[in-house]
Write a protein that binds this ligand. Structure first.
Ligand code: A3P
Length: 293
């Protein structure tokens, strides 16, 4: 089946290509066959699901969870985050992966495969302060020309992000879907993590994930995983294995990997606009985002 490609317009009239399937936006290069089937996929009770809105640190946390699951501080080279993404990878590839699998997704809680909830799989949901995330997504959309064909300027980009006119839609809806799911389903194992906390204290963050997964990890393993999952090391490995959102042969996912870059991009007016929309959409939810560390 051919994708239903849309050209979403930013505030200046430049367009960003996505495909629409049952009201959800995905990159146009994703297979319609996979998109239309992933919600009924076969899930194993020991699968771990990493869910993040794009640019919240999916590659980073996938690597940490994969090394923890393997109980080895060694970079995973035979597969990659993108090879275990449920809305992108053919079912046959996911079925062939040995347990325990670390699956990943960007979809909202309500859009997950039914069996994730039925089998009470562990879910790690990562949040990142949405201003750094917006800057990261803008650079992602600009860099991956074959995927998005987007040439817009930063000054016009907020219109897309704040209105959910990007792949996987609204960051606000995505974030609230997991926060509410955790509140409303205390029986489900959902662990919320923050990008900035992991950056600030990776040993504590990796330890927290080990405890959540039920992995017995000594000091050496935890520290080893922190080292192997450090930004520079992961960037080097990505270049060696040729993975990580490749455009013109170069991995694009490892840009800066820090906290607070948004201050170099947002004007005062953009910041005010962002804060206004944030307080409207997130009313009643006081999430502890850190905008600098
Ligand atoms: P920046 O664009 O701000 O640098 P995702 O994997 O969800 O696409 O997220 C990508 C963002 O996570 C990028 O942010 C990238 O640099 C950052 N990132 C990737 N690996 C990282 C690591 N090991 N440590 C910290 N940040 C990392």
């Amino acid at each position: 089946m051919e994708p239903n490609v849309l050209h979403l317009q930013d505030g200046g009239g430049c367009t960003l290509d996505v495909q629409e399937y049952e009201g959800i936006y995905f990159p146009k290069v994703f297979s319609v066959d996979v998109i239309s089937n992933f919600r009924s996929m076969e899930i194993r009770a020991d699968d771990v699901l990493l869910s993040c809105f794009p640019k919240a640190g999916t590659h980073w946390f996938w690597e940490i969870l994969s090394q923890l699951s393997a109980r080895k501080a060694e970079n995973i080279r035979d597969k990659w985050k993108g090879d275990m993404m449920i809305e992108c990878c053919p079912q046959s590839v996911l079925d062939a992966a040995p347990s325990p699998r670390v699956l990943n997704t960007h979809v909202q809680f309500e859009q997950l495969p039914q069996q994730i909830v039925e089998k009470k799989c562990k879910i790690v949901h990562v949040l990142r302060n949405p201003k750094d995330l917006t800057v990261s997504f803008y650079n992602h959309h600009r860099a991956l020309k074959d995927m998005y064909n987007y040439h817009g300027e930063w000054k016009d980009y907020l219109h897309l992000f704040l209105n959910g006119l990007v792949d996987w839609g609204s960051w606000f809806d995505n974030t609230l879907s997991y926060i509410r799911a955790k509140e409303q389903n205390p029986q489900l194992p959902i662990q919320i993590m923050y990008y900035e906390d992991m950056k600030q204290d990776p040993v504590a963050g990796v330890r927290q994930l080990a405890d959540f997964l039920g992995v017995e990890a000594d000091e050496e393993l935890i520290k080893g995983i922190c080292d192997k999952c450090g930004f520079e090391n992961m960037k080097t490995v990505a270049s060696e294995v040729g993975k990580g959102l490749i455009q013109d042969g170069v991995p694009q996912v490892f840009r800066k990997g820090g906290v607070g870059d948004w201050k170099n991009w947002f004007t005062i007016a953009q910041n005010e606009e962002f804060d206004k929309v944030y307080s409207e959409k997130m009313e009643g939810y006081d999430l502890p985002f850190k905008y600098s560390i």
